[in-house]
Design a protein around this ligand. Structure first.
Ligand code: ANZ
Ligand code: ZN
Length: 872
């Protein structure tokens, strides 16, 4: 307790080692290999939470380890500081969001220091400061100049609570806002988009370069990008002229002979055309917009029929308007095959119940029976006689033959479709980087010249409520001269999505003070990609996809050289969530507050104060309503930073959910106390300033300590290098500590070996528990009157060869029963010297017990077993 108090209060502010001394003492950084370790920067909410603590512990531990291994590690930190919470806080409390943000940053920085996170503060960046967003604006301009930023009127997702536009990515499957949870509405507005779709092919293909990314994340990105290979088909209207046609996208051209209808989306051009004169259709659309996405309702367009492109005589195919067809995918039209597609089947049943269902494909295996009333979805089938000239072909053969036939009549061609849409970055909010554009009546859209960047976010006394762009109400901001013709013009008043700020920040850390350009090309080329990126899996799609896009864009325009086609992140680690210990009253299922519980002396299983019952215990996502939140600040104040860090690593594998049980920290504390204790004992025994000389020949106990040391150094090193099992590091530390203690207790091990192992232990545990390492080292040095520098300024211990022991454990069997273990020379098996063996065994208490004064009839010696037959 004493040292915990001492160190937790002392270390953060005054102790020189809260900053890594290596950076200052070691001047040879130039020659060292570089390693870029990054944890996702936080939103400055003002409070570090357990999730932050877990990420930063991981990145800090890896950083400290890699520094010991001789890398020049870049380990920066900054603030993702634009965004809604600051703006909402500002509106509620009528304070300047920049002031609110700055105060929060200071608080969180203090907390990061308290947890001993060793960040390169000289690289710190804040996305809401003008020396940063100046360059965000420049990157926007670069996108514009390269034809990748455009404005378009589009139906957007409107969050009625936060009164802002949302990107598709920010709307969940139920159509709710990711932030406010409100049901998102549709609105038509002029918006800025970034053409991420231009990179869709590469974003998909290059997932294969990301060998060190979790498969799960890559799969999520792949699905999001949604590359799909298929055919674009043209259906002509039966009674129309040549321009009247409906294009569809299909991945199953082999089913074309089974087309029974077409379905088009609510906003298809043909729908819009007919709607003008069709009131019933208008009513249907109004109603349909509110229906769930999987609705099977449809509206039959009367007197409109299309021709099958492969078989023009089949010209009575009906057309429906159907909400299940997505306006934004493919061509907003589906060729309906009820016989071979589940959705089409359900739609057909609902809208054309008396009609037959045509199946043109049968399973190739006649033993497989298909329900006549269900579609056949298999892809290994064979086309039947209803497929006409294609009868007998497999699905695969039919597909290529039909594509050929479609191409020859110019009504079809192979295409690749993507599900991903362009990135909508306009936000009608105040607290974001202004989009650096000017609208001029004569010249159109004119970018703000580079020399006029940044377009400063104007200070306002009061953010003008919600709704519309707050900046449009700031006259001084809005009214400008056109940079091109110098006539009166108006500024763009939308600000950028904050994901734009975070899509390039890892470049800025490498050159954070550059006032001219976003970052220096050489620095970026030398130090990118990020070697290890650690953060939450909730960013698997949005942030990571945008970062890949901008990384690739900057690479394409020559801003940096890359060996991975502009991929900015080499290895990605997604850590699991931290769940809180939750107590529930078993009678009424209510969550219990800490003060409703009472603990007995063992402090492990509490009871409910009121009833004396045992509560149910679960671990759940931390939340105020469950009273299960843990505050990192309090934990550190109570147990010290080292114990907290070790505990967080020890309790669960990196990517698993961590069930946070504070009571278990005592185990870690007990171990750390042993380490400090060792330091007292050893330094008292050593008594000399100079390091002792190790013996040339080692006895059994010494060999064991030596081998343990090598084993655990290697094991810990492997865990840190692969990063896959950081949780086993702490148990390795504990085992090595115990091995040292028993060596010390046994008094058969030379002090020189103990001292050496002890000093190495302090080095290898310093990444996780820097202050205890340092404290233990200080105790050791002080007791020996050594002039102590720091255990942190060191190199990772070099591995020495394991010593093959010349002894082995023999199981001793007496009259066929195992009795005890005897550690003897391996050579006993070779020499088969029975007298020698008996002599040695009779030294042991166990040996005397079983063999003294007995007549030994026979002795059998095997490599790991000695068997005696005796008279009883
Ligand atoms: C006919 C067909 C027959 C289809 C069959 C499938 C099975 P993926 O793989 O996701 O790209 N489709 C095309 N455009 C659509 C839109 N705008 N809204 C909803 N659905 C649309 O899906 C491609 C399939 O989704 C296409 O292949 C089309 O249905 C449907 F036995 O065409 B298919
Ligand atoms: Zn102009």
């Amino acid at each position: 307790k004493k040292w915990i108090d001492k160190w937790s209060s002392l270390i953060p502010k005054e102790h020189p080692h809260s900053i890594n001394p290596l950076k200052f003492i070691n001047q040879e950084n130039e020659k060292k290999p570089k390693l870029y370790t990054l944890s996702m920067f936080p939103y400055p909410s003002g409070m570090l939470h357990m999730g932050h603590l877990r990420v930063y512990t991981i990145s800090d531990v890896l950083t400290r380890f890699n520094r010991l291994k001789g890398f020049d590690v870049i380990h920066p930190m900054g603030w993702d500081a634009f965004g809604l919470p600051a703006e909402n806080a500002a509106i509620e409390r009528n304070i300047d969001p920049s002031v609110w943000t700055r105060e929060n940053i200071l608080k969180m920085k203090e907390q990061m220091k308290l947890m001993l996170a060793d960040f390169d503060w000289e690289r710190e960046i804040t996305t809401c400061s003008d020396d940063y967003y100046k360059h965000t604006q420049k990157i926007f301009k670069l996108l514009y100049e390269n034809g990748l930023a455009y404005r378009s009127k589009s139906e957007i997702n409107w969050d009625p609570v936060d009164q802002t536009v949302l990107a598709n990515e920010q709307v969940d499957e139920e159509g709710r806002s990711w932030r406010s949870g409100a049901i998102v509405e549709k609105k038509l507005l002029e918006q800025w988009f970034l053409k991420i779709t231009d990179f869709a092919t590469d974003l998909n293909k290059d997932l294969s370069l990301l060998e060190e990314w979790p498969e799960k994340v890559k799969l999520m990105q792949k699905n999001w990008i949604g590359e799909s290979h298929g055919v674009e088909l043209t259906f002509k209207l039966t009674n129309g002229n040549d321009e009247d046609l409906i294009k569809t996208f299909t991945t199953r051209p082999d089913t074309i002979k089974g087309v029974q209808y077409l379905a088009i989306s609510l906003d298809h051009p043909l729908t819009k055309k007919i709607m003008v004169e069709d009131d019933a259709l208008q009513n249907f659309i109004k109603r349909a917009e509110k229906l769930p996405e999987d609705t099977k309702e449809g509206y039959l367009l009367s007197e409109i029929y299309v021709k099958n492109p492969i078989d023009p005589l089949h010209n009575n195919i009906p057309v429906f308007v159907a909400p299940y067809v997505l306006g934004s995918y493919g061509h907003g039209a589906v060729m309906g095959c009820p016989g071979h597609d589940q959705r089409d089947y359900e739609f057909w049943i609902e809208n054309a119940s008396n009609q037959p269902i045509i199946k043109i494909i049968d399973p190739s295996d006649p033993n497989i029976k298909v329900d006549v009333n269900k579609p056949y979805l298999g892809k290994n089938g064979v086309l039947n006689q209803k497929a006409g000239k294609y009868q007998g072909l497999s699905v695969k053969e039919a597909t290529s033959q039909i594509i050929k036939d479609l191409e020859s009549v110019k009504l079809g061609q192979k295409v690749t479709q993507y599900r991903i849409r362009d990135w909508l970055i306009s936000r009608q909010r105040y607290w974001g980087a202004p989009i650096p554009m000017i609208h001029c009546n004569s010249c159109g859209i004119v970018p703000v010249p580079d020399e006029d960047l940044p377009v400063l976010l104007p200070k306002v006394d009061k953010i003008m409520g919600k709704g519309g762009s707050p900046l449009s109400k700031v006259d001084d901001f809005v009214n400008v001269k056109c940079p091109s013709c110098h006539k009166n013009a108006k500024r763009e008043t939308d600000t950028m999505d904050t994901f734009m700020d975070s899509s390039w920040y890892f470049f800025r850390y490498l050159d954070p003070k550059n006032t001219e350009i976003p970052f220096d090309k050489l620095k970026a080329s030398n130090q990118m990609p990020v070697d290890i990126y650690i953060g939450g899996v909730e960013h698997a799609i949005l942030h990571l996809l945008y970062s890949r896009f901008i990384g690739k864009f900057l690479h394409r325009i020559g801003y940096w050289d890359s060996k991975m086609n502009g991929e900015p992140i080499k290895k990605l680690i997604t850590q699991g969530m931290v769940h809180g210990k939750t107590f529930i009253n078993p009678v009424n299922g209510r969550f219990l507050k800490p003060e409703e519980l009472i603990y007995d002396s063992s402090e492990t299983s509490p009871r409910i104060k009121e009833t004396g019952q045992e509560p149910l215990v679960t671990y759940e996502k931390m939340s105020k309503s469950k009273y299960n939140g843990a505050d990192p600040g309090k934990t550190i104040a109570k147990y010290g930073a080292d114990s907290t860090r070790a505990h967080i690593l020890f309790q669960a594998p990196l990517t698993d959910i961590l069930d946070w049980d504070e009571l278990k920290i005592v185990g870690v504390q007990r171990w750390l106390r042993k380490v400090l204790n060792l330091s007292h004992r050893i330094s008292k025994l050593v008594k000399t300033e100079t390091v002792l000389e190790k013996p040339k020949i080692l006895n059994q106990d010494e060999i064991k300590l030596h081998n343990d040391l090598q084993h655990y150094i290697k094991s810990v090193e492997d865990s840190f290098t692969s990063t896959s099992s950081l949780n086993t590091v702490v148990s390795d530390y504990m085992k090595l500590t115990n091995s040292l203690i028993s060596s010390l207790d046994s008094s058969k091990v030379s002090l020189a070996l103990i001292e050496d192992a002890f000093l190495k232990l302090l080095i290898i545990l310093s990444p996780v528990t820097p202050t205890v390492s340092e404290e233990a080292y200080e105790i050791y040095c002080n007791n020996l009157n050594k002039n102590w520098k720091s255990v942190l300024i060191n190199q990772w211990p070099k591995l020495e060869p394991v010593i093959e022991s010349d002894s082995v454990n023999y199981s001793v069997m007496i009259n066929g029963k195992f009795r005890f273990v005897f550690n003897g020379k391996k050579s006993l098996y070779k020499t088969q010297d029975q007298n020698e063996i008996l002599k040695e065994i009779l030294y042991l208490k166990e040996g005397q017990k079983w063999l003294q004064n007995r007549e030994i009839k026979r002795t059998i010696i095997k490599p790991k077993m000695i068997s005696f037959l005796v008279n009883t």
